[in-house]
Design a protein around this ligand. Structure first.
Ligand code: CA
Length: 227
């Protein structure tokens, strides 16, 4: 899961980002409202966390612009104190959840899991199921056929992306943006290598699950029973 976190308190932002990364979330940080809006409008994130008081553009203004531009990414607003008006305004603008500062990391993690669940994909906290395989993206374990393999973080993120978009072709560019970030130097060949490793592991764990290549476009996850 890739998260955008817009927060001008750098120390807090970095501490939270570290905690999320330890849980295998990919996190991009922005400290400024306008820069945060640019990133949010890329529409490559699974969840956006917005502080409300930000330089240049508030979290609520970012949220309003996102919704106006048709970006439906779930948003968690971080409100100062017990700013009831902020909460109401935020929810009216299309926020999915809010958290009052100061908050515990565990509280934020619970909200992230809940938002993930609302997308209808999560079973059992951090386990994704597709056909006869199970991916635990916290422990990076992939199970099937009574066997378990440990994936690399990138392999796990790639499989998570494919499961969440099953039967839909994901472009190589989208994979690069989600796994390495939009400004990365990663190339198509990086994706090919990770797909190749993942295919090898899938072959040993499942007779059904296949990553199919659509040449010139990208990749799609299929259950051979369904095609
Ligand atoms: Ca702030």
């Amino acid at each position: 899961m890739r998260i955008l976190y817009v927060e001008d308190e750098k120390f807090l932002a970095q501490a939270i980002a570290q905690a999320l990364k330890r849980r295998n979330y990919a996190v991009d940080l922005e400290y400024d409202g306008l820069a945060g809006l640019d990133m949010a409008l890329l529409d490559i994130y699974d969840i956006v966390i917005l502080d409300i008081m930000l330089p240049n553009l508030s979290g609520i203004e970012i949220l309003r612009e996102m919704r106006k531009e048709g970006v439906e990414t779930p948003v968690i607003l971080l409100t100062a104190k017990s700013g009831v008006e902020d909460k109401v305004e935020g929810l009216d603008c299309g926020a999915d959840d809010y958290l009052s500062k100061p908050f515990q990391v565990e509280e934020l993690l619970a909200r992230l899991r809940a938002l993930g669940r609302r997308k209808g994909q999560l079973v059992n906290g951090s386990v994704l199921v597709f056909a006869d395989i199970e991916l635990n993206y916290n422990t990076l374990e992939l199970r099937g056929n009574g066997k378990t393999f440990h994936l690399t973080l990138k392999e796990s993120q790639l499989l998570e992306l494919l499961i969440n978009n099953k039967y839909t072709v994901i472009s190589t560019n989208t994979i690069i943006e989600k796994l390495w970030g939009w400004d990365s130097e990663a190339e198509d060949s990086h994706v090919q290598v990770h797909v190749a490793f993942l295919r090898k592991k899938l072959k040993l764990l499942s007779d059904k699950v296949k990553i199919k290549t659509t040449y010139g476009v990208g990749y799609v996850l299929q259950d051979s029973d369904d095609v």
